[in-house]
Write a protein that binds this ligand. Sequence first.
Ligand SMILES: [Zn+2]
Ligand SMILES: [Zn+2]
Length: 253
Amino acid sequence: MKIRVLGAYGAEGLGQRPTSFLVNDRILIDAGTVGGALTMPEQTHIEHALITHSHLDHVAGLAFLTETLAFSETRVPLTVASLEPVVNALRASVFNNVTWPDFAQIPPDAPVMKYRTLVEDAEQRVGDAWVTPVPVNHTVPTTGFIVHDGGTGFIFSGDTGPTEALWKAARGLRGLRAAFVECAFPNRMAKLAEVARHMTPDLLRRELDKLPPDLPVWIYHIKPQFYDEIVDELSRVDAGHIIVLEQDKTYTL
Ligand SMILES: [Zn+2]
Ligand SMILES: [Zn+2]
């Protein structure tokens, strides 16, 4: 599997884009940014968007992607997929004809996008991948994903504080090659991390015990203003298999 980092951060800074990953050129995992990282033809190749939750740093790029697709002559309908509460939040709060046009209805003869409600804790086909959504622990309904192509797979945490079910669901998975895990705040902001339900390096250290030993842990969603501090703290957690993902780089599993 080929995973391109469109946005590696938990917010926006100069040259630092919010969370978004592109799997095999066709499947988005979150869409904090899309058009800021891809050419127009690359955007029109996207067929599916797996969305962890409705926060803007994960969906803002979806707004502009749908507009780009609306003016494209070569597009296929974009399938926006998640668990029911996340799909409901997107309908009610984003594509509601107030915040943004309802592109699931526009244009009436061939809408730009359609919603797909995924079944919790069950493996289902999304494009050329198998996807298992598992709820995680954030301030709004949020799902992590286990993504597999039949040979290799990875875990994607979504925004979450300490959690159990996702790691448990991935236990024993054959071909598991990496866990993408968020880390938003430095250790000194542990109180805020607890309220906002995010990871700090110290919290992450405890999560590692729930993962298979030696599984590469790929970090994303660092808040840009705390980048150097968090990376420094992460280097003291377990330098051996923690990797801070680089934006615009393509990783192959
Ligand atoms: Zn976020
Ligand atoms: Zn969030």
